[in-house]
Design a protein around this ligand. Sequence first.
Ligand code: HEC
Ligand code: HEC
Length: 307
Amino acid sequence: MFKGEPVHPLPLTVDLDPEKVALGDKLFHDRMLSGDDTLNCAFCHDLARGGTDQARVAIGIRGQEGPINSPTVYNAMYNIAQFWDGRAKDLQEQAAGPVANHVEMGAEWDKVIKKLNNVEHYRDAFAKLYPEEGLTQSTVTHAIAVFEESLVTPNSRFDRYLRGEQDMLTEDEKDGYDLFKTHCASCHFGPVLGGLSYEKMGLKQDYFKLRGGEPTEVDNGRFNVTGQEKDRHFFKAPVLRNIELTYPYFHDGSVNDLAEAVRIMAKVQRGKNLTDNETAKIVAFLNTLTGEYQGKPLTQLTIEDIK
Ligand code: HEC
Ligand code: HEC
């Protein structure tokens, strides 16, 4: 049914060790991973807010403002690499970063491991689930990565449409999907409509001029990883699943409104000025991409559901 489509539905279930998922979940929500026990991963990746903080840029330990917008952790396992510039090769490598980052969680790993080792349920869980290695930085980040692999959001209206429920989408939403295939899917493709390639921000028109303001170091994107001029302003094409919840948009968090982000994309990536009608249809389509976590639509998920 969806053969030949640039977008594929997300799997309804994922096959993971439930005990490792539960352990990773606990760690993801544990403030002991920060230097002063104030922040956990969920502070910036709130599962009840689309896996983000819904803030322009991340605010870390002691209220420090970071340089860049927090991407979602939902469906991050589909990314070819992690971070906007792809500097971490996978979720496990990524998870080591924020803990030791002085403007994020501001901790030192050996101290975090010591703190966790003082807690009986962690000692027991690691002894059972990682009998060879026990509780180490590498097993802690591994458990977090396994938990993140469980953060898949299936069953969006669009996925149900792809699976054959034709009446799941309105005519406008279907038109929006057609427009999306014409103008956007060359970069936003695959199961999460992104995450699979590095693309220039401003392929057809200079985004940074349009945005205004001083260029920052993070604006260089993938150039910061490779040092190659050809990679300047390249970013991993972001995941568009649950995009209605993951505002503000772009690596700089400069755009709050999804319609505005769509207009800018068409302009700077395609050199095309969308009409208001076309923009509204693409936005209508994008809003059908909101899925479920633990059987509940992301829009209805509350703090209580995820404790
Ligand atoms: C202070 C806010 C903050 C905290 C706390 C935080 N993150 Fe992040 N996270 C960010 C920001 C900002 C980025 C993007 C950084 C970049 O790309 O340079 C990010 C990126 C990520 C990504 C990559 C997603 C993608 O699309 O590339 C993952 C996965 C992630 N964080 C998981 C975690 C985990 C796991 C923890 C806890 C160990 C954590 N984060 C703690 C702010 C935070
Ligand atoms: C040439 C590749 C390319 C094309 C074509 C493209 N995009 Fe993007 N898109 C990107 C990249 C790269 C980013 C991240 C840029 C940044 O943050 O600086 C992005 C970001 C976005 C975002 C913000 C996501 C977030 O989490 O912040 C949205 C929404 C978006 N694109 C929608 C679209 C739509 C709709 C179209 C078609 C009109 C489109 N894109 C066309 C590459 C592309």
